[in-house]
Each structure stands twice: as structure tokens, then as C-alpha cells.
Design a binder for this molecule. Structure first.
Ligand code: OAD
Length: 249
């Protein structure tokens, strides 16, 4: 059908017959929910220098500044709602027995959309973690603590997210790698694909035989290494993909 001519038949056929699907999302999937991306037009890092806010050194140097920035982002995120892109991925999950949604986002919008098989590579802003003993605390959207809270052990609590220079959570990385290795289709959605190891997942998937498709507003560094690169908004393209999948062959 005309409206779905953006999807090559080969892709639709492979997706319909796939037994394992992995999707990697980045900040672009949440852009249409009003969450700023990091890079590009309107990128967060244009206004803030990451090394002043998103490193453990920055937190040790100026915990209150880093805390205030995260509280500000928590406030923005508490109002953010999943958009049609998140919802389409939740629908896609239901079609496959083996489906993994790997996300670099810390905003929790995939959970709010109802996705279940999620691997969070960079943590989640809704949690805090003790800098000293590692104890995890769930925070509430409405959490208003203006200053850095303290753990029962006396240590300072920090957001449970991955900062520059830190390793990714080992189990999440292993799950993501395994999903990339075994999938038949790998979708890379709304990510600039410059931050590793997440950015390597599409290459790993392709090396292991997956058909790799990118959906992004603009070309990225991996666009010439994927099987299909589709340009446009994730919130428009993903629902159209779901429609195309449901159409009779
Ligand atoms: P970036 O901000 O680097 O890239 C966002 C991508 O989304 C860009 O390539 C945009 O073109 C694209 N984009 C924007 N709006 C879109 C839309 N409506 N539909 C589709 N694509 C859209 O974000 P990430 O790739 O997620 O890490 O960044 C990776 C990591 O860098 C983040 O997880 C974060 C940051 O450092 C940590 O904080 C550890």
C-alpha cells in the first residue's frame, strides 16, 4: 500500500517471519514526549557540559549542583507521557516470543507505555543509589528533596544512572549483547549511535546475521552500515510500521 512504501518488502517479510527481535532506543524516541535529546538540534549538552554534571568527580566536587540538575530533570520527566513511538514498541513486543527492548534512556517512558522486556543500559533516573554501600532506593515522581539525601549507612545518595567514565551495569550489558547476537531483526531507533558500547550493538547484531534497520530523524554514523535506514520521526514511523505489519501480504 502507498502509505507504507517507506518500508522495503524485504524488511516487512523478515520482520513478519522473525523469531527474535531486538530494539535499541535512544533519546530520539522520547523527543516527541518533550524530553530533550543530548546531541543535535536542541541537545541538552549544548546547554550543559557533561563533565560538569554527569560524572562522579562532578558529584564529589559539587553534589548539590548535580543533585539539583537531576531533580530538575526528574520534574520534567514526571510530566512526560509515552508517545506513539513508545506505544508502537509495546505493541511490537506482543507479537514476538523473543523480544528485547534495549534502551539507553533513563526516563522510564518505555515502562510507562507498558513494555515489559526492557534492558536499561544506562540506569533509571527514578532510582537513587548509595555512593558508599550501593543500596538502591526507588524515588517517587513527586520526590522533592532539595538537597542530597543520605543513606541509612550515612553515605550520600546519587541518581542510579551511568555517568561518563563509569561501566554499564554488567547484567544489562550481557542481556543486551545476547539479544543482539541471537536476534533476526535489530532496530536502532532515535540514537546518534556515538556512545559505546550501546552503539556497537547494531554492528554485533549484523555480524551475527541480523537484518539491521535504523529509524532516525537524520543520517547517523551507522546509516551506511545498516540494511535499511529510514528517516523521520519515531512517533510517526513506528505506528506506521505496526500498520504495515498487520496488513495482509
Ligand atoms: P543523542 O542525543 O545522542 O541522539 C538522539 C538521536 O535521536 C539523534 O540522532 C537525533 O537525530 C534523533 N532524533 C531526535 N528526535 C527524533 C525523533 N522524533 N525520531 C527519531 N529520531 C530522533 O541521544 P542518544 O543516542 O540516546 O548517556 O545518546 C546516547 C547516550 O549519550 C545517552 O544515553 C547518554 C548520553 O551521554 C548517558 O548519560 C550515560
Amino acid at each position: 500500500m502507498m502509505q507504507n512504501s517507506m518500508f522495503p518488502n524485504e524488511f516487512l517479510e523478515k520482520l513478519r517471519s522473525a523469531s527474535s527481535v531486538a530494539v535499541l532506543t535512544g533519546a530520539g524516541i522520547s523527543a516527541e514526549s518533550g524530553v530533550p535529546t543530548f546531541r543535535g538540534h536542541n541537545g541538552l549538552w549544548k546547554k550543559f557540559r557533561p563533565e560538569e554534571l554527569a560524572t562522579v568527580d562532578a558529584f564529589l566536587r559539587n553534589p548539590e549542583l548535580v543533585w539539583a540538575w537531576y531533580q530538575h530533570r526528574r520534574e520534567i520527566l514526571s510530566k512526560a507521557r509515552p508517545n506513539p513511538g513508545h506505544l508502537a514498541l509495546q505493541g511490537l513486543e506482543k507479537r514476538f516470543e523473543d523480544f528485547t527492548l534495549i534502551t539507553q534512556n533513563i526516563d522510564g517512558l518505555h515502562q510507562k507505555a507498558g513494555s515489559r522486556r526492557i534492558v536499561e543500559l544506562h540506569g533509571n533516573i527514578r532510582r537513587n543509589r548509595c555512593l558508599d554501600c550501593g543500596k538502591i532506593y526507588e524515588t517517587l515522581d513527586s520526590s522533592q528533596e532539595a538537597t542530597v539525601p543520605t543513606c541509612e549507612c550515612g553515605g550520600s545518595l546519587r541518581p542510579d544512572v551511568v555517568w561518563f567514565g563509569e561501566s554499564l551495569p554488567a547484567q544489562a550489558l550481557e542481556d543486551a549483547l545476547n539479544a543482539a547476537i541471537r536476534c533476526d531483526i535489530f532496530l536502532s531507533v532515535g540514537t546518534s549511535a556515538v556512545v559505546h558500547p550501546a552503539a556497537s550493538l547494531s554492528t554485533i547484531a549484523r555480524q551475527h546475521g541480523a537484518f539491521v534497520v535504523e529509524i532516525n530523524l537524520e543520517p547517523t554514523v551507522i546509516s551506511d552500515q545498516v540494511d535499511v535506514s529510514i528517516q523521520g520521526r519515531a512517533g510517526e514511523i513506528l505506528p506506521r510500521l505496526m500498520e504495515a505489519l498487520e496488513e495482509e501480504r
